[in-house]
Design a protein around this ligand. Structure first.
Ligand code: G4P
Ligand code: NA
Ligand code: NA
Length: 191
């Protein structure tokens, strides 16, 4: 998505060799006009898939998922992160081990909101090692819902998450795929 790549080139800030800061337009301050274009593009790519639920994870996926849902005319569910060990039977729960943040947390979704009648599009801001996305996919599987795929705003294609999930047969659509980045040369895109 050219508009998004231009914005990343213009306003993205590379930290070290593997962190891309986009908090001026994507995950702290949010440019809603850009989110609208992102939502339309996800809708174009997943048109005619029968999507009736959008699933994301708190926190920074929520804004993008909500704007996207306006184009699918469907609800958004955001999975909640929790440290609670004793999860009751009312929720689907899975463990996520974030290498980026160096911690393990539980992700939960109420059983009330996902089931075999649902066709789910997962939406998130970043795909890196893919731990968060794998957790969401596990929750969809537990619920018996069908997975249409995952719409990702920025994939760090030099990290293994995207390729591993595609190899497992998951349809991953990333609007900007970063092949490499450095503080000296900025961001290089894959396509
Ligand atoms: P992981 O397996 O290494 O943990 O990678 P994953 O793809 O699950 O991403 C972990 C978290 O780190 C996600 O946020 C993701 O959005 C964020 N992230 C990964 N790489 C970058 C990056 O280069 N820049 C920025 N800005 N964020 C990145 P999260 O844990 O879901 O938290 P939240 O920010 O949504 O609350
Ligand atoms: Na994030
Ligand atoms: Na996120």
């Amino acid at each position: 998505m050219e508009l998004l790549k231009q914005r990343i080139r213009q306003d993205g800030i590379v930290k070290g060799n593997d962190v891309l800061k986009v908090d001026s337009f994507l995950n702290h301050q949010m440019d809603i006009a850009l989110f609208e274009e992102i939502g339309k593009e996800f809708q174009r790519r997943f048109a005619n898939c029968g999507v009736n639920k959008i699933l994301t994870i708190e926190a920074s996926g929520i804004g993008i998922a909500c704007i996207t849902a306006q184009f699918f005319h469907c609800p958004v569910i955001f999975a909640k992160k929790t440290q609670t060990k004793n999860i009751d039977g009312e929720v689907f729960a899975t463990q996520v081990e974030s290498f980026t943040h160096g911690r393990i947390y539980q992700v939960i979704v109420s059983k009330k909101f996902l089931g075999p009648q649902d066709k789910v599009l997962i939406v998130d801001d970043f795909l890196a090692n893919g731990a968060a996305l794998e957790g969401l996919i596990d929750i969809v599987a537990q619920s018996g819902a069908q997975l249409a795929g995952a719409g990702i705003v920025i994939e760090k294609a030099f990290q293994p998450g995207g390729d591993r999930l595609r190899a497992q047969g998951v349809r991953v659509e990333s609007l900007a795929r970063v092949k490499a980045m450095s503080e000296e040369n900025g961001v290089e895109f894959a396509d």
